[in-house]
Ligand binder design. Structure first.
Ligand code: NAP
Length: 321
């Protein structure tokens, strides 16, 4: 049987859970489809579940662990009446209202939920190298966020992999802390903009390892080095570093909405006038629509905006009836 809700939120990172806090306090009894614990892209709590200390979320003087912060968000929304389902949304139909959302079998005739309004906060994921030991050491030397984790590598030698603007931006930022930052790029030429290249080439702390791929991450409990391969000679060697920052791009989790919601060229959801999407009654917040800031605090802020936008939209619908 299909369960009806006024607000369904898909995704449970800082954006989705903040939307849940606001929607719950507005007595809209939101349902959060929070994702699946086994998945690295759709795990409940989002990308913060993959970080250790979060030191830049305002209000926590001594920092807080990412999972602890997300658990507090979750409890706070539950206290006001948010409900959770620990599963992935497998299909949505946004062509008519109320909107239909399936979890589990996407071919089931009846949708699992019908929603008067929908808030999408499915986030984005960093592309990873998919080499041995990389996933195991995420949070223990392997990171995808220099702003979050750079501080832990004071006076250490670290590596950044990637050749685009993100990699150089991360490398430049990391020189504030590290003694040496080695940028490892698989080709002999960077993809990054000229201005970023110039800045990186001028920085004494940055070295480049060209035509090189990382083939393994070394270390027992924390990263102690990398196994790298020279792509021209195919020779392998070890590079001693205390950290690896993977900066080879991000992809938004938008496959569920292809053909139904407008997206930017890079696949991020397009929002208008706050958090509205091109479908009336569907709102988007957090990293799924933001490739620029990508911070927990900006995601939380946009989650608040989405809940307020949804609340006002529902009120307008009720008034028009
Ligand atoms: P990007 O431009 O797509 O660059 C990704 C880099 O990672 C490329 O150099 C690519 O190598 C490398 N790469 C991809 N897959 C890899 C793999 N499996 N193994 C090793 N290397 C791999 O991504 P981005 O740097 O995240 O930038 C995304 C967009 O945001 C760009 O338009 C960028 O200009 C923009 N951005 C702008 C700023 C800024 O202006 N300050 C900062 C960040 C991002 P190849 O070059 O060989 O393909």
């Amino acid at each position: 049987m299909t369960e009806s809700r006024q607000v369904v939120i898909i995704g449970s990172g800082p954006a989705g859970l903040t939307a849940a806090i606001y929607a719950a306090r507005a007595q809209l009894a939101p349902l959060v489809i929070e994702g699946e614990p086994s998945s690295t892209s759709d795990q409940p709590g989002g990308q913060l579940m993959l970080t250790t200390d979060v030191e830049n979320y305002p209000g926590f003087v001594s920092g807080i662990m990412g999972p602890e912060l997300m658990s507090a968000f979750r409890e706070q929304a539950a206290r006001f009446g948010a409900d959770y389902v620990t599963a992935k949304a497998s299909r949505v139909d946004l062509s008519r209202r109320p909107f239909s959302v399936w979890v589990g079998d996407p071919d089931a005739e009846e949708p699992t939920y019908s929603a008067e309004s929908l808030i999408i906060s499915t986030g984005a994921q960093s592309l990873m190298l998919n080499v041995p030991n990389e996933e195991r050491l995420v949070g223990y030397g392997v990171s995808t966020c220099a702003t979050c984790d750079g501080f832990f590598f004071r006076q250490r030698d670290i590596a950044v992999v990637g050749g685009g603007d993100s990699a150089l931006e991360e490398a430049l930022f990391l020189t504030r802390f590290a003694d040496k930052v080695t940028v490892i790029h698989r080709r002999g030429e960077l993809r990054a903009s000229k201005v970023m290249q110039q800045r990186a080439f001028k920085n004494d702390k940055i070295e480049f390892l060209w035509n090189t791929s990382v083939v393994d991450v070394l270390g027992d409990t924390t990263v102690s080095g990398l196994r790298v391969r020279d792509n021209q000679s195919e020779e392998e060697s070890d590079l001693k570093v205390a950290g690896l920052f993977v900066a080879i791009g991000h992809e938004p989790n938008t496959s569920l909405f292809k053909g139904q919601l407008e997206m930017e060229e890079n696949g991020y959801l397009r929002t208008f006038d706050g958090t509205r999407t091109n479908v009336d009654g569907v709102f988007a917040c957090g990293d799924v629509q933001d490739h620029r800031y990508r911070q927990a605090v900006t995601a939380a802020g946009s989650g608040c905006m989405a809940a307020l936008d949804a609340e006002r939209w529902l009120e307008d619908q009720a008034a028009a009836r």
